[in-house]
Write a protein that binds this ligand. Structure first.
Ligand SMILES: *Cc1c(COP(=O)(O)O)cnc(C)c1O
Length: 389
């Protein structure tokens, strides 16, 4: 049994900040320890009458540490249910693998590279995909084929230009065509945006990023507005395809989420400061950040994000690709690494990792702002910009 101190009504009334700080109130029921233990067991005792009154049978689907993290995510997203997976990619691909019949999918042109690459070959599963600029609602309307389009997949703000898509407007387009809207909300986090409240059917997270926040767990999450046949297939597939998250990682994730609100707000604040200051730097051709009034998605971001615009921004280096790589080579505080959303700041020449065929501008540096002192981050970056160009 999953033991929570808060009932559904209490949870619905509480702010994200309180929910995460208390880890939804989970505790250890025997000793009353205020930190729940890690439930490592893979299997459960069957009762002598051959029943399973504990409700737990096997680790693929039944683990208390995993369920506790899922309940916290469900509470944060205002979801009926949440499911955890062994990675963000497992969570994302499981939605597609849960589609019952050949489906036309409309997806954001600019999105996380790994999933876009996988979707590009989705025909091998019998589906068809159209990539469009989902920040352009007319383009979305045009791409949707009523009776054929079953799924709209958007990422907002999306990698690595932080393009913003209007979730409520796209949900309306999807539902008018009887299609489902799934939102990759990894970058926004439930602290800044709640896609289900804006009309989305499923929200997806790479929990590897902000939810865990400490660069030490790979995990993925889905949360649904309501349980649908697609959701039930996704849940069943998780066990059958073996996509489960390990209990230890789930426990770390719950622990990481306790500071989610503080981390995301601080990272957003620092990112806005850096974006604003770097805008006028002579070595920088453009700063891409939805918090800047000059960003094409700013107006929509103002409407659908609250409490900040996230901790991710990108720079386009004025002197081009070589200079961008040189800047990344010159920083000391910022770590040269892929991934995002951790407590330490990362810098990445994005085109290098995306490789051939990437739509990412060659002069682009992606910055994941951590929790360090913002002046020290700024100094390190501007020193590198001056040295390298
Ligand atoms: C990292 C990431 C993913 C994939 O998640 P993994 O946990 O690395 O499998 C999906 N979407 C976005 C936006 C990401 O940043």
């Amino acid at each position: 049994m999953v033991v929570a101190l808060m009932d559904d009504l209490t949870r619905a009334r509480l702010s994200a900040r309180t929910l995460v700080a208390q880890g939804v109130g989970f505790h250890e029921p025997v000793t009353k320890g205020i930190v729940p233990p890690i439930h490592m067991t893979t299997t459960y005792l069957r009762d002598s009458d051959n029943g399973y009154r504990s409700g737990h049978v096997y680790g693929h689907t039944d683990n208390v540490s995993v369920q506790q993290a899922e309940q916290l995510i469900a509470a944060l997203e205002g979801a009926e249910q949440a499911l955890l997976f062994g990675s963000g990619m497992a969570a994302a691909t499981s939605v597609i693998l849960g589609l019952e019949k050949p489906t036309h999918i409309v997806a954001s042109q600019v999105m996380y590279w790994g999933f876009r690459s996988w979707l590009r070959d989705v025909e091998r599963y019998g589906h068809r995909v159209t990539f469009v600029d989902t920040s352009n609602l007319d383009a979305v309307r045009e791409a949707v084929v009523p009776g054929r389009t079953g799924l709209l997949w958007i990422e907002t703000p999306s990698n690595p230009t932080w393009t913003v898509t209007d979730i409520a407007a796209v949900a309306e387009i999807a539902h008018a065509a009887d299609a489902i809207l799934c939102v990759d909300s990894t970058v926004a986090t439930p602290i800044l945006t709640r896609p289900l409240a804006l009309g989305a059917d499923i929200v997806m997270h790479s929990a590897t990023k902000y939810l865990n926040g400490h660069s030490d767990v790979i995990a993925g999450a889905l949360a649904c507005a309501r349980e649908t046949p697609l959701w039930r297939r996704v849940a069943k597939n998780r066990g059958q395809l073996g996509q489960a998250l390990s209990p230890f990682d789930a426990w770390l994730l719950t622990r990481g989420m306790r500071t989610l609100d503080l981390r995301v707000r601080t990272q957003s604040k620092s990112a806005l400061i850096l974006a604003t200051r770097l805008q006028t730097h002579p070595a920088v051709a453009a700063v891409l950040y939805p918090g800047l009034p000059t960003h094409p998605g700013h107006e929509v971001a103002m409407r659908q994000m609250s409490g900040g615009f996230g901790g991710m921004l990108s720079l386009r280096v004025a002197k081009g690709e070589k200079a961008a790589i040189a800047v990344a080579a010159c920083v000391e505080l910022w770590k040269r690494a892929t991934s995002l959303g951790g407590v330490e700041s990362l810098i990445e020449h994005r085109a290098s990792i995306e490789g051939e065929g990437s739509p990412c501008p060659a002069d682009l540096l992606r910055l994941s702002v951590g929790l360090e002192d913002v002046d020290e981050l700024y100094f390190d970056l501007t020193r590198a910009l001056t040295m390298a160009v």
